[in-house]
Write a protein that binds this ligand. Structure first.
Ligand SMILES: [Ca+2]
Ligand SMILES: [Ca+2]
Length: 225
């Protein structure tokens, strides 16, 4: 976030004349609002000034429209490093004991409470997302890392099922499981055992390789937003 008070001194924020925002941050209802950007220099907290725009977004984020400062030796300040800001905002989302963890543009959360596939799906939807889709080895390995921090003795529902058409697997984002794409089925899976296995899990007993299981079983699960 941009600070709404001038820095204590000049020569801060990696520049000579640090730029701060005069006025409070808006609420999301206010939409995009105009504010004054002030460059602090020579004892004047607003030695140079110009107009910027700021808007509040859900989950504690702000979007700024910032023109390039009109003078040299001026740069915009933030109150915390950007990475910390993003993580801090992520922590306010969701309701379980774990939090969402960011990877690129996507955030993942492990729910350490057992639910049926459909109940898990609803919990993810309530967070504004869906059960996790795993289309690359990199995402798979990232989620395995999260599982190691959570509980390696549990199975986890993921967003993969063949409920609509037997053996036609679909990801929770609506895309079909690509025949030539990434898969991580355990040996002999999916086997649709007893003709009633339609939901995808990361199977603890098989090093979290994929398996189809009965959707009414209650398992831990992974959401993404
Ligand atoms: Ca099946
Ligand atoms: Ca199976």
């Amino acid at each position: 976030m941009m600070p709404t008070k001038r820095p204590l001194e000049t020569n801060r924020c990696g520049t000579h004349a640090p730029v701060w925002m005069k006025g409070e941050h808006p609420t999301s209802i206010q939409g995009a609002v105009r504010r004054t950007a002030c460059a602090f220099w020579e004892g004047e907290e607003c030695h140079w000034s110009w107009t910027i725009h700021v808007m509040a977004c859900p989950a504690g984020y702000y979007v700024y429209k910032l023109p390039k400062p009109t003078i040299c030796h001026a740069a915009y300040c933030t109150t915390v490093p950007l990475d910390e800001d993003a993580e801090g905002s992520g922590e306010s989302e969701g309701s379980g004991d774990m939090t969402y963890t960011r990877r690129g543009d996507t955030q993942y959360k492990i729910y350490t409470e057992s639910k049926t596939y459909d109940a898990a799906k609803k919990t993810c939807a309530a967070d504004g997302g869906h059960l996790a889709v795993i289309k690359t080895e990199a995402v798979y390995n990232f989620l395995l890392g999260m599982i190691r921090d959570a509980d390696v003795n549990k199975d986890y529902w993921i967003g993969l099922n063949d409920k609509a058409v037997e053996n036609s697997w679909t990801w929770a984002d609506g895309e079909p499981l690509n025949d030539g794409g990434f898969t991580k089925w355990a040996p002999g899976e999916p086997n649709n055992a007893e003709g009633i296995q339609d939901c995808g899990q990361l199977w603890a007993a098989k090093d979290f390789r994929w398996d189809d299981d009965r959707c009414y079983n209650a398992k831990y699960f992974i959401c993404q937003i």
